[in-house]
Write a protein that binds this ligand. Structure first.
Ligand code: FAD
Length: 528
């Protein structure tokens, strides 16, 4: 998992540190001349009104996790004008704000780019669905809400690779500054920041059973995955405030919206960054069928997410020269890293039938219980609707000789064949296994120089089977990348959860009636 406040345009920071801090920083977070501000926009509090100004100090592409933070921070002192461009709509879909709505948005095309990978040779040609937020807040408006910063050692490894300022001790003050931790401040947490982090607001016997089983198996209880260490089993905290999603749009953009120096444009698809020599000077974007240009006096910031940022750069002439020439794009910078070394962690969802009617499936499939859950949420902001992508989880080592955990399990008290689709009619729960450091690398390549394809088609990048593909995206996930470790982790977890001699323990009374797992093996790639 990456923190919600992580910079969006990070390409393989471990193996290619220069793209974080080197030439691309100069190129992409490109400083235009910092000369006199002149030609200033008229301040207005009506930030949704069409604007005449075509020049701003900063132009930010993408109002996702990173873009909203940038917009907030850059406008805070009132000295700079900022234009924030977002391809998607405002975050008015009600399911964005209800944590359980995560499942509803998984395949909701009005707020989701809904990508597919190319057929995966390592998965017998299977394509893997990849949701990505396309709405104010970006993926933080549709994601699983789990607040997991990652391991201290991972940050320290980044520093060890030459990325000064990215060690755990370096980033911790920023995590604390960002945070409004429900449990209060301590060595690892802060209060009073824009991002609310809260405990789950529902008591669930299955999740408790999962944690208990893990502890019985020797995985230590960990009350705080973001504290002194990540290893252990426990309950996830979520980016929520009083039972509602705290997306970056809610946490960072909303408080800044009344600032006269911030202008937000939705349904505005950036098509190209325009360069003068090697300096980015402007962004060309399409909105309501019109092509517009916004000039940046200081910087253009590309925060379109892990897929769209490299796509926009390639369209703009920044990328592997060979690829750009193939599509007739003038090369501004031959940057081989743009679109390469794509990393994501494959996760496998495994479904188990439950012997008791204590799962969310039972609530959703029962008209009275469903209504009661709705009322409970409406009145108290508590109950099953506050369930995020995981209630409980475990981080552990598949081999005791490892220094830190390499596997994560999310436990969730419902089951479905595919995320975003109907829950099963039987009682079921899901344990999702993913490895924390995938070794496979994918790539993203434009398929043509046409940034929009069919004009006005908001899904021009989605690699839907129904549409011509403009991106060639390819993840190579050899089965062994997750299979061995994931399966072992699962077996161990299942062993705990009620089979064999553990049958008479508490968890066994609650859990499986059917230990056949064939129901699932669904694969996701959403949490990068
Ligand atoms: C389904 C799902 C579940 C997840 N669960 C978790 C979780 O539980 N915990 C966690 O920590 N992380 C989770 N993540 C990951 C996390 O949400 C992302 O890592 C993070 O939001 C990425 O932030 P970003 O700013 O890089 O990109 P995004 O938040 O995706 O923002 C990019 C924005 O740019 C816009 N954009 C793109 N191209 C253009 C363009 N050309 N013009 C204009 N706008 C453009 C997009 O529409 C989008 O709004 C999840 C992600 C997904 C998709």
């Amino acid at each position: 998992m990456v923190p919600l406040t992580a910079p969006a345009f990070v390409i393989d920071p471990v193996r290619r540190p220069r793209y974080l801090f080197g030439s691309l920083k100069e190129m992409v977070y490109c400083a235009a001349d910092a000369g006199p501000r002149g030609n200033h926009m008229t301040d207005t509090n009506n930030n949704d009104a069409p604007h005449d100004a075509t020049e701003f100090d900063y132009v930010i592409v993408g109002a996702g996790s990173a873009g909203c933070v940038l917009a907030n921070r850059l406008t805070a002192d009132g000295k700079h004008s900022v234009l924030l461009l977002e391809a998607g709509p405002k975050d008015t879909n009600i399911w964005i704000h209800v944590p359980l709505g995560y499942g509803k948005l998984f395949k909701e095309k009005s707020v989701n780019w809904m990508y597919q990978t190319e057929p995966e040779p390592g998965l017998h040609g299977r394509q893997v669905f990849q949701p990505r937020g396309k709405v104010l807040g970006g993926s933080s408006s549709i994601n699983g809400l789990l607040y997991v910063r990652g391991q201290h050692e991972d940050y320290d490894r980044w520093r060890q690779h030459g990325n000064a300022g990215w060690g755990y001790d370096d980033v911790l003050p920023y995590f604390k500054r960002a945070e409004n931790q429900q449990r209060g401040a301590d060595d690892y947490h802060g209060v009073g920041g824009p991002l609310s982090v809260s405990d789950w607001r529902h008591a669930d016997p299955l999740s408790e059973a999962f944690v208990k089983a893990a502890v019985e198996a020797g995985i230590p209880f960990n009350p705080d995955f973001n504290g002194a260490r990540q290893e252990g089993a426990g309950y996830f905290q979520t980016t929520t405030r009083r039972g509602r999603r705290a997306s970056s749009a809610y946490s960072y953009l909303r408080p800044a919206r009344s600032r006269g120096n911030l202008h937000v444009e939705t349904a505005a698809l950036a098509q190209r960054v325009l360069f003068e020599g090697r300096r980015a000077r402007a962004v060309e974007y399409r909105q309501n069928g019109s092509l517009r240009t916004a000039r940046a006096r200081k910087e253009v910031l590309v925060s379109g997410g892990a897929y769209n940022s490299p796509q926009l750069l390639q369209l703009s002439g920044v990328g592997p020269a060979e690829l750009l020439k193939q599509h007739g794009i003038d090369v501004v910078l031959d940057a081989r890293g743009v679109g390469n070394d794509l990393q994501d962690h494959l996760q496998v969802r495994l479904v188990t039938r439950c012997a008791q009617s204590v799962t969310l499936n039972d609530v959703v499939n029962h008209p009275v219980r469903k209504v009661l859950a709705g009322l409970q949420y409406a009145a108290l902001r508590k109950g099953p609707l506050t369930i995020a992508a995981g209630t409980a989880g475990a981080f552990f080592k598949t081999n005791p000789r490892l220094a830190t955990p390499d596997i994560q399990i999310h436990f969730i008290p419902f089951s479905t064949d595919k995320m975003g689709e109907k829950l099963h009619s039987f009682s079921g729960f899901t344990a999702t296994v993913c490895q924390l450091r995938p070794e496979s690398r994918g790539s993203l390549k434009i398929r043509s120089a046409d940034p929009t394809g069919a004009a006005g088609n908001p899904h021009q990048l989605s690699c839907d089977r129904d549409r011509p593909r403009r991106l060639h995206r390819r993840h190579s996930y050899p089965a062994q990348d997750f299979g061995g470790a994931g399966a072992q982790a699962l077996l161990r977890q299942r062993g705990l959860s009620g089979s064999g001699q553990d049958q008479r323990r508490g968890i066994a009374r609650l859990l499986p009636e059917d230990r056949r797992h064939g129901l699932s093996s669904d694969l996701d790639l959403p949490h990068g």
